[in-house]
Design a binder for this molecule. Structure first.
Ligand SMILES: C[S@@+](CC[C@H](N)C(=O)[O-])C[C@H]1O[C@@H](n2cnc3c(N)ncnc32)[C@H](O)[C@@H]1O
Length: 200
């Protein structure tokens, strides 16, 4: 599979917008989910580990799942994550891990997954009974956030009501949304939601 983030991985962490967004999302996760040192956490689409960096010391372990080896190479180069974060380059929609987590977090990965229904089913399948999700992505936008030739972008953000219905159909309960951050890109504002829910 082509690594669509091979180039971007090289200077991903140097991007102020990306760093500000990661901090906003990690803060929103911590404000809305009680993290503790018993929790087994999956970061879906973990990239270079910007979210893991901010939560790993508050939980038992983070399993960082991504389909880009280049992004995960950057994560694995971070000494402070060693022993706390395990990186797995695997498309879990096709090859489930066979293990379940207390919490699944995700930042800006969902719009890169074509089949949202399949992704939600997959996340549900990787949760322990009563486990939680905290997933962040763009609110529905007009398509201007990514360049027209961007590869691997399947959604122009998400409509909250539609995503809520989908989560509900897959058995999620106590579904609520908060605005985690508002991105300012080329003088346009793009809100980013964090959806919180409890699995069946
Ligand atoms: C916009 S980046 C976000 C990275 C990181 N979460 C962050 O906030 O910096 C999206 C990430 O999702 C990953 N991704 C895309 N499709 C995926 C899939 N099916 N499973 C896991 N990760 C995926 C990409 O490889 C990329 O690392």
């Amino acid at each position: 599979m082509t690594d669509l983030f091979k180039e971007k991985a090289q200077d991903w962490d140097a991007n102020d917008m990306v760093r500000g967004l990661s901090t906003g999302i990690a803060n929103a996760i911590q404000a809305n989910v009680a993290l503790d040192e018993t929790l087994q956490v999956m970061d879906f689409g973990a990239g270079t580990g910007l979210i893991a960096l901010q939560i790993a010391d508050k939980v038992n372990k983070v399993t960082a799942v991504d389909v880009s080896q280049a992004m995960l190479d950057k994560l694995q180069a971070k000494a402070e994550l060693h022993g706390k974060v395990e990186a797995l380059c695997q498309n879990i929609l096709e090859q489930p891990l066979g293990i379940r987590f207390d919490l699944i977090v995700s930042a800006m990965a969902m719009h890169h997954v074509e089949d949202t229904d399949k992704m939600v089913a997959c996340l549900a399948e990787h949760l322990k009974p009563g486990g939680r999700i905290a997933l962040a992505d763009l609110d529905e936008e007009d398509g201007s956030f990514h360049s027209v030739d961007a590869k691997g972008v399947y959604h122009t953000g998400f409509d909250r009501e539609t995503l809520q219905s989908l989560l509900s159909r897959h058995g999620f309960k106590d579904i609520r949304f908060v605005t985690a951050h508002v991105l300012n890109k080329s003088d346009r504002l793009y809100p980013v939601f964090l959806v919180l829910a409890t699995g069946a």
